[in-house]
Design a protein. Structure first.
Length: 217
């Protein structure tokens, strides 16, 4: 092979690599707690780097369990105080610097600023541990939801994956799946069922959503 042919082949490889990087969806995860959903997503997409890459995790809780999980998985994690999520200029600059395409909320306990929503229209996804529109809104998260569901005598609960808009838990629903409550269900046992649903469905639904976006291009 001549030198010119080698150069041409190298240039083609560089071009194909740049095209692949262009179509890879870069994801930022926002999390406030233990990080089990974030950890699950990171592990899932590590084998799907041609489709998506989780480039960073942001938390507003310096004691969040998600921090150590990210360090073990070699994913950059940034601890920001709540002011960064209220005045979003620096936050948006950080996301743009890392070429973030999507934001995924995985147990993030702050309302998303409208300026951030405007920068990522229909590009912010949340998972909610109940069947919206029921048991949503301010203060409805974690055990507060499961306790309310059990107290109301509901026969079923589940998870909702939805787009984020300016109002708590009111964005367009992408996916829901149900589980049934047993006769002696309590908030702890229900939480375990919901956790299983989250672990099973969240990565798959997100992957399907990203595949649809890629096919549009």
């Amino acid at each position: 092979m001549t030198k010119s042919q080698i150069n041409a082949l190298n240039n083609l490889c560089l071009f194909l690599r740049s095209m692949n990087e262009h179509f890879v969806n870069k994801i930022a995860i926002f999390a406030s707690g233990s990080g089990t959903n974030a950890e699950n997503l990171i592990k899932y997409f590590k084998d799907k780097l041609n489709l998506a890459q989780i480039v960073l995790v942001l938390t507003n809780n310096k004691n969040a369990g998600v921090i150590n999980k990210c360090k073990k998985l070699a994913v950059p994690v940034f601890i920001l105080n709540n002011s960064h999520f209220e005045n979003t200029e620096n936050l948006i600059n950080l996301l743009k610097k890392n070429k973030v395409d999507w934001i995924v909320l995985a147990g993030f306990l702050r309302k998303i600023n409208p300026h951030l929503i405007a920068e990522f229209p229909n590009r912010i996804i949340n998972i909610h541990p109940a069947l919206l529109p029921n048991y949503g809104g301010k203060g409805m998260y974690g055990h507060f939801i499961h306790e309310a569901v059990v107290a109301a005598g509901e026969k079923e609960s589940g998870i909702t994956i939805h787009y984020v808009n300016e109002n708590y838990d009111e964005g367009t629903i992408i996916f829901q799946v149900k589980c049934f409550l047993d006769k002696n269900e309590n908030a702890t046992t229900l939480a375990a069922k919901i956790h299983d649903l989250e672990q099973t469905h969240f990565p798959v639904v997100l992957e399907q959503l990203l595949q649809k976006e890629v096919s549009k291009n």
